[in-house]
Design a protein around this ligand. Structure first.
Ligand code: GLY
Ligand code: MN
Ligand code: MN
Length: 445
C-alpha cells in the first residue's frame, strides 16, 4: 500500500505544554489551598500484565497535569507558603543498572532541572521524609480511592501524625479542585488536542481508503494502528472499535474479529493520544463504498441530529441542550421514516439511542469534572472541549422496528471546542458527508 504521506509532512514543531504552564497550574492550586495545607499527588503505579511483564506506562492524568513528570514511582508534594520551596518531587534516583537496561531517567537533579521542582527526594525515602513535612499542616489535600497502595501509605502517615499532640486532622478531597481546573483547556492544551485529532484524521482516512468487502475488522484496525505508529503516536486514547454490520449495534464492541461484508456499514471509533491528550472520533461508512437507501436515510438522520446538537454548543447553553436537540431530531426522523410507531415510542427510543450524546474530553477520553452544578446541568463556557456523538443502534432482534431497518448501527462523533462565540469542530476535516465518504471509501490509499 502506498504511504499516505511522508515523514516530510510532519509539522516543524510539535506542540508541547511548556514548563511555565505546569508552574501556573501548581501556583493556582497552592493559592487556593493556602498556608496550613499540604497537597499530595501520587504518580500512577506501574501495572503488571502478567508475571514480570508490565503494561506500557501511562502517567496518571492529575499528576501529569500538575507536573508533566512522565515516570512512575513518583509523588508531588505542594506546601503553600514554605520558604524553602513549595514544590517537592519524590522520584526514582539514578540507578546505573536500571538505566543500562531501560534507558535514562530524570533522577533527582532532572526533577529539579527539567521539571521545575524546588527540591527532590528519593521515592524510597518518602515514608521517612514526607510525614515530617506534614507537621503543622492540618489540612491534607489528597484523593483517596484511585491508587490503593498509595492510599495505605497516606493513611499510615496520618496515623503516625495523629499520635502527636498537634495532628493534621482534616483530609480534603483534591479531585474536585484539580478536575475543575482541567475542565477549562488552555491554548496549549487545545493545540495538543488538535494534534491528536490531526493524527486521528490520518488514521481514519487510511482506514476508509483501505476498506473493502472481505476484510476482517482487525485488518481495518491494523490500518489505523499503522498510520498512528508511523507518526510516532504509539498510544490510542482508548481501545479502537471496528464494528461491521450488526456488531455496530453494540456501542462498546471491541472484539474487532468479524468480517466486513458487501452491503454492510462499518463503524470505526478510534482516537490518537498525543502527549497524554485524547482525540475521540467515530465515523460510519458503507463497506463497499455505497449506502443502501435505508442506510443512507438513517445516516443522514444521525448527521442531521449531530449538526443540530453542535448548533447548541455555545457559552451559556446547558450541557444537556445538545443531547436534547439530537434526541428530538432523531425521534422525529425515525417516526417520519416509519422506524418507530406511536406505541411504546419512549422505550423504543431509549433502546435505539442507548448511549450518551457526548462527554468532556482532555487528558482522559471521558474527561473529568461534574456535568451538574448545584443539581442543575452545567452551563457551557469557552475553553471546554467535548464530544458530540449521536448514534442509532438498531439491534437485529429489535422486533418493534420494521425489518429493513434492523441490524444497522451508526455513530458520528466529533471533538468540539466551546469558543467565546460558539463552537469549533476540531475534527471537521475528517470526511463525514455521504458524498465525501462514498468518494474516499475503497479508493486504496
Ligand atoms: N470512544 C469512546 C467514546 O466514544 O466515548
Ligand atoms: Mn466519545
Ligand atoms: Mn468514541
Amino acid at each position: 500500500m502506498r504511504r499516505a504521506s511522508s515523514s516530510t509532512d510532519r509539522p516543524v514543531r510539535e506542540p508541547v505544554i511548556e514548563r511555565r504552564e505546569y508552574a501556573r497550574r501548581r501556583r493556582r492550586l497552592l493559592e487556593d489551598a493556602g498556608e496550613g495545607c499540604a497537597i499530595i499527588v501520587p504518580a500512577a503505579p506501574v501495572v503488571h500484565r502478567n508475571r514480570d511483564i508490565e503494561y506500557p506506562y501511562r502517567p496518571g492524568s492529575d499528576f501529569f497535569y500538575l507536573t508533566g513528570f512522565p515516570e512512575p514511582d513518583a509523588a508531588a508534594l505542594l506546601l503553600p507558603g514554605r520558604g524553602a520551596g513549595e514544590y517537592l518531587l519524590f522520584c526514582r534516583e539514578h540507578d546505573p543498572h536500571e538505566e543500562r537496561m531501560r534507558g535514562p531517567s530524570a533522577g533527582l537533579e532532572g526533577a529539579c532541572g527539567r521539571y521545575g521542582a524546588d527540591d527532590a527526594f528519593p521515592i524510597d525515602d518518602v515514608d521517612e521524609i514526607l510525614p515530617r513535612l506534614l507537621e503543622d499542616r492540618p489540612h491534607i489535600w489528597y484523593s483517596m480511592g484511585e491508587y490503593p497502595a498509595f492510599d495505605a501509605q497516606v493513611l499510615g502517615w496520618l496515623e503516625r501524625l495523629r499520635s502527636r499532640p498537634a495532628d493534621p486532622s482534616e483530609l480534603v478531597d483534591l479531585h474536585p479542585r484539580v478536575h475543575e481546573m482541567r475542565l477549562y483547556k488552555s491554548r496549549a492544551e487545545v493545540r495538543m488536542i488538535r494534534r491528536a485529532v490531526e493524527l486521528t484524521e490520518r488514521a481514519h482516512r487510511r482506514a476508509m481508503a483501505a476498506c473493502r468487502p472481505g476484510l476482517a475488522e482487525y485488518e481495518v484496525e491494523a490500518e489505523i494502528l499503522y498510520e498512528l505508529h508511523r507518526t510516532g503516536c504509539r498510544t490510542l486514547a482508548y481501545p479502537c472499535i471496528v464494528a461491521a454490520g450488526a456488531n455496530a449495534c453494540r456501542p462498546h464492541y471491541t472484539a474487532n474479529s468479524g468480517t466486513l461484508r458487501e452491503g454492510d456499514l462499518v463503524l470505526v471509533d478510534a482516537g490518537a493520544e498525543y502527549g497524554c491528550y485524547a482525540a475521540d472520533v467515530s465515523r460510519t461508512w458503507p463497506v463497499a463504498g455505497r449506502f443502501s437507501a435505508p442506510q443512507r436515510a438513517l445516516y443522514e438522520l444521525v448527521l442531521e441530529a449531530q449538526r443540530a446538537a453542535i448548533d447548541e454548543v455555545r457559552p451559556g447553553r446547558s450541557w444537556q441542550a445538545p443531547h436534547a436537540e439530537a434526541a428530538r431530531v432523531l425521534a422525529e426522523g425515525l417516526a417520519g421514516h416509519g422506524v418507530i410507531g406511536g406505541e411504546g415510542r419512549e422505550d423504543l427510543m431509549g433502546r435505539l439511542c442507548a448511549y450518551p450524546t457526548g462527554h468532556w474530553l482532555g487528558l482522559d477520553v471521558h474527561d473529568v469534572s461534574d456535568y451538574r452544578v448545584d443539581g442543575e446541568p452545567r452551563e457551557l463556557e469557552a475553553g471546554m472541549v467535548m464530544t458530540i456523538e449521536p448514534g442509532l443502534y438498531i439491534d437485529p432482534a429489535e422486533l418493534a422496528v420494521p425489518s429493513p431497518w434492523r441490524g444497522i448501527g451508526i455513530r458520528i462523533e466529533d471533538v468540539v471546542l466551546v469558543t467565546p462565540n460558539g463552537a469549533e469542530v476540531l475534527s471537521s476535516s475528517i470526511p463525514k458527508s455521504v458524498e465525501d465518504l462514498e468518494g474516499i471509501v475503497g479508493s486504496g490509499a
